[in-house]
Design a protein around this ligand. Structure first.
Ligand code: MTE
Length: 313
């Protein structure tokens, strides 16, 4: 994110419009998530998704056109696999999403290690079509599969002193070529206030387009927080720690003036190096206006009542 200015990323890195149009017409004709998924797989991305059975439609779905699977899985930020948008799809084949467990500890009554297959069965899986807005100025509409993070939180029973969650993601040189560079102080960490983490929009995501996550999208499990800039949605998480003090995320550590703890999508607060008023939806030519809280204000604005969102950016 420090490396690329939003104006640098278009138009050479995006799929030509005629390819989008063909795929969009196809998706309209079939309306099928599963078919769209297999279309992407035939296109040969780094990790083959496995169909997730028994998912059900979740709340908050947008009717906006979904970003094609191919773009969701080939235009990524996952610096552990390189800083170019195409690097994660190219390099994430070395990530091993099994065996995998997530350590949940800190200020909770029931700390423990959750095996990924146990996590998958912890609550019923929902399809959640969310708008996602990257701090760099592009956006997508992604049909995630997962369940509210709160399903896990309530099972571990946070103690009274727990005010924040800190997410730590995998930091393994043998699987992730990018962590040999010093572009960030690894591991990639992120954080949420407890009430943000418990909000029903906040997802523990294990899939997209009806299938398990492709490695480049954060297999086998990631966080998705749709009203915040994309970097808050930590990929390939290995630890969730409940703490009493606001955690310092990897991006806050790297560039504190540019990346704040809250990072709510806010068209009125510019990034120090560019405006956040507009965004380019991947696959569209003209920019569109960015909405406060990425369009989820009705659901989340109350979490920030009385806060100066310029100060707490
Ligand atoms: N998680 C890890 N571990 N490493 C990363 O580099 N990049 C973040 C976020 N999660 C990142 C991460 C950023 S900047 C964005 S925009 C989103 O992942 C991108 O998610 P996507 O590639 O699935 O769209």
């Amino acid at each position: 994110m420090l490396i690329k200015h939003p104006l640098d990323i278009f138009p050479s890195e995006i799929t030509p419009p005629e390819v989008y149009r063909g795929r969009r017409a196809f998706m309209r004709a079939t309306g099928s998530l599963a078919l769209a998924g297999s279309l992407g797989l035939q296109a040969g991305n780094a990790a083959a998704g496995v169909k997730l059975a028994g998912t059900r439609p979740g709340p908050y779905g947008t009717r906006e056109e979904m970003t094609p699977y191919k773009d969701v899985t080939t235009y990524n930020n996952f610096y552990e696999f390189g800083t170019d948008k195409a690097d994660p799809a190219r390099n994430a084949g070395s990530l091993k999403p099994r065996p995998w467990s997530v350590q949940v500890d800190g200020l909770v009554k029931r700390p423990g290690h959750y095996d990924i297959d146990a996590l998958l069965k912890l609550a019923s899986l929902e399809d959640r079509i969310y708008r996602m807005r990257c701090v760099e100025g592009w956006s997508m509409v992604i049909p995630w599969v997962g369940y509210p993070l709160n399903e896990l939180i309530r099972r571990v029973e946070p103690l009274g002193g727990a005010k924040y969650l800190e997410f730590t993601t995998l930091n393994d040189r043998s699987q992730m070529p990018g962590v040999r560079t010093s572009v960030l102080d690894w591991p990639y960490t992120e954080g949420l206030r407890l009430d943000e983490a418990r909000h029903p929009l906040t997802l523990l995501a294990v899939g997209l387009y009806g299938e398990t996550l492709a490695n480049q999208n954060g297999a086998p499990v990631r966080i998705v927080v749709p009203w915040k800039y994309g970097f808050k949605s930590a990929k390939s998480i290995v630890r969730i720690r409940f703490v009493d003090k606001q955690p310092v995320s990897a991006w806050m550590q790297a560039a504190p003036r540019e990346y704040g703890f809250y990072s709510n999508v806010n068209p009125e607060v510019d990034h120090p190096r560019w405006s956040q008023a507009k965004e380019r939806r991947i696959g569209e030519f003209f920019k569109r206006k960015t909405l406060p809280f990425n369009g989820y204000g009705e659901q989340v604005a109350r979490l920030y009542a009385g806060m100066d969102l310029r100060r707490y950016f």
